[in-house]
Design a binder for this molecule. Sequence first.
Ligand SMILES: *[C@@H]1O[C@H](CO)[C@@H](O)[C@H](O)[C@H]1NC(C)=O
Ligand SMILES: *[C@@H]1O[C@H](CO)[C@@H](O)[C@H](O)[C@H]1NC(C)=O
Length: 302
Amino acid sequence: MHHTTTTFLAGLLASTASLAAAAPPRGHHVHAIAGSGTVKCPLVFDGRVKTAAELSEFDSYGTSLFNPDYVKGQSLKWSEIIKFPTGAAVGSSRFDNETLHKPFEVTISDASIFQTQKGFRRAGLQFQGDTNSGSPGSKGIKTIHFSVKWDAQRALNLTHEYLNVWHEAGDYSANQFNFETGAILGQSSLPKDTWKVLDRKNKQIWSTPILKTDWQNFAITLNFDKNTLQVYYSKGDEPLKSVTSAVSNDNSGGGQYQIGILKKPTGTSDVVNAGYQESRLNEGLIYGGLFIEDSTGACVSL
Ligand SMILES: *[C@@H]1O[C@H](CO)[C@@H](O)[C@H](O)[C@H]1NC(C)=O
Ligand SMILES: *[C@@H]1O[C@H](CO)[C@@H](O)[C@H](O)[C@H]1NC(C)=O
């Protein structure tokens, strides 16, 4: 179960070039007003965390927006995995209204081993109700929105490949799309320090440099009827703009969205079970503005 499908990727060792320059310190840049975007299409799943939410709410079905049991190291609770970043420098992402919502950070540590997947370090949120079979999120035309912000205190190591947001087919044999960063295994010509959208065949369809101080806002429309994928992007509080056309993509096979971090190892062709991961990991990525809307009639919140 929840066996992320990476084994079909070429198992070549990624570039061994050194890590990109260190990020500026926290608080270096305070963004002006943020969070002026409004959701104008019907919500299918809302992953925006309420300002008053407590971490313990992530641990049970009655209180969490997400599945409290998956996809994480068994010894960890979501309340130990999630952090609420604070400070004016974090601000609000475009679709978070700061009086209603707050950003949250998904982290990984040495204990982030799901079942027997010793090659990965992972913590992935699934919306409650986004069932593996027959989910409303995998029918018609749906747009997943998410904003990310880099945390210099828990920086990702871009020598590795990271999956951050994806939709995995119901039989776990493929991901319809991947939102990734770092050194993509077997694709060393791609720069490491970008956010990338890959199609079902793991071909990059768009990328943008990682900004270390601004929120970056993404939306991906999946048309499950016409088998297309379209990417929208903006930084800070700017309105989203379409950055690809509706490109052809095989969206079949149902399944579930996942949001968080899946860090692949280096030095192996068996990324699920083997390879190298550093110890004493303390990495995270800040998320905001997470929701899925119904894009019937070409409705996309910008
Ligand atoms: C944020 O929420 C408050 C309280 O519901 C509301 O008054 C305000 O208009 C909202 N701001 C935006 C930008 O939607
Ligand atoms: C990044 O990962 C590589 C490969 O696992 C490791 O050799 C290196 O020490 C890491 N760098 C940092 C800054 O953690």
